[in-house]
Design a protein around this ligand. Structure first.
Ligand code: CDV
Length: 310
């Protein structure tokens, strides 16, 4: 057995007015609880340090940049890194990254148990739009504030296993998991901020949206025989609801734990990485069964092109 005791640390809402220091205090409280439950790794959501700011339309770049981190760790997050090192617990969290040469990414990092950053991922599949959209019930301006990630879908050998990261909308795309699956991934960490309502389809029920969340995470896990840890930022942020439903999925695609609130909530589960072996060696033995001669369109065509009508 190769067990990683994973803590999925769902965060409740973060209001626009909340400081990073206040959020870090909440993250530390969850980390203390995770440590008391024997966790080796704690996983926080996408954009964990602030409210989900892409819902707000901004034209002033200085105002936009105020939501970004110029270095990691920084003054606000140093206490979190120190507590992680003290507890000897690895961590993963998302934040808005502004690089020294002026690039903006929706980023996630993975540390080892000493608090050293061992992996970085930048969100590839940015949802939403880049200009104010009068047709939407509310805005989702990720395409305005971020560039698509430039690092690809890597995996890292750490904590005795092979671990990868993705962020929110990435979880809906099978390519996300498969590229990591082809590197032998054994656990994928995915934070998210998903509105409880669909701004482009007002009749879509919350149940349907949560079904799609589970469907995507469970399919990704099963089809690549990997653990998947999905962690929400949930609850009502300045009048805008985000759903919860943080969960851990085993390599058979089954949910082993799931959050029941939209508040700060911790789920802890022992994840045996050896449980990935069976699927990887049988039905999803890629070397044995994949037929890459038929997959060319996946990497050569972006949009669907139906055949001409006859
Ligand atoms: N933060 C996100 O990427 N949210 C998207 C919403 C816009 C659908 C998601 O896939 O959950």
């Amino acid at each position: 057995m190769r067990v990683i005791n994973v803590a999925a640390a769902q965060l409740g809402p973060i209001q626009k007015a909340d400081s990073r220091q206040a959020v870090v205090k909440r993250m530390i409280a969850l980390m203390d609880e995770a440590r008391s439950k024997g966790a080796d790794l704690i996983v926080y959501p996408e954009l964990a340090l602030t409210t989900f700011f892409p819902r707000w339309y901004m034209e002033n770049q200085a105002e936009v940049d105020a939501w970004f981190e110029r270095e990691m760790p920084n003054a606000a997050t140093k206490p979190l890194f120190e507590r992680a090192a003290h507890h000897q617990i690895a961590m993963n969290f998302g934040y808005a990254e502004l690089t020294p040469d002026g690039h903006h990414f929706n980023t996630s990092i993975l540390t080892d148990k000493s608090g050293k950053i061992v992996g970085k991922y930048r969100k590839v599949h940015l949802p939403g739009h880049s200009e104010f959209d009068t047709e939407r019930a509310f805005q989702h301006l990720e395409k305005r504030y971020f560039e698509p990630g430039d690092l690809g879908f890597n995996v890292w050998r750490t904590l005795g296993g092979i671990i990868g990261m993705a962020i929110c909308n990435d979880r809906r795309w099978p390519e996300t998991y498969r590229v990591m699956g082809l590197q032998g991934v054994e656990m994928v960490l995915i934070g998210y901020n998903t509105p409880s309502a669909n701004p482009e389809k007002r009749v879509e029920a919350l149940e349907k949206r949560m079904f799609h969340n589970r469907l995507s995470l469970q399919a990704g896990a099963y089809q690549n025989s990997t653990w998947v840890v999905g962690v929400a930022k949930a609850g009502v942020e300045d009048g805008h609801p985000l759903f919860g439903g943080s969960l851990i999925v085993n390599p058979d695609g089954e949910i082993v734990v799931e959050a029941s609130t939209e508040a700060d909530e911790l789920l802890v589960h022992p994840c045996d990485l050896d449980a990935t072996r069976f699927g990887k060696n049988t039905i999803f033995n890629f070397a044995e069964h994949r037929r890459i001669e038929h997959y060319g369109l996946i990497s050569s065509r972006t949009g669907a092109v139906p055949p001409p009508e006859t």
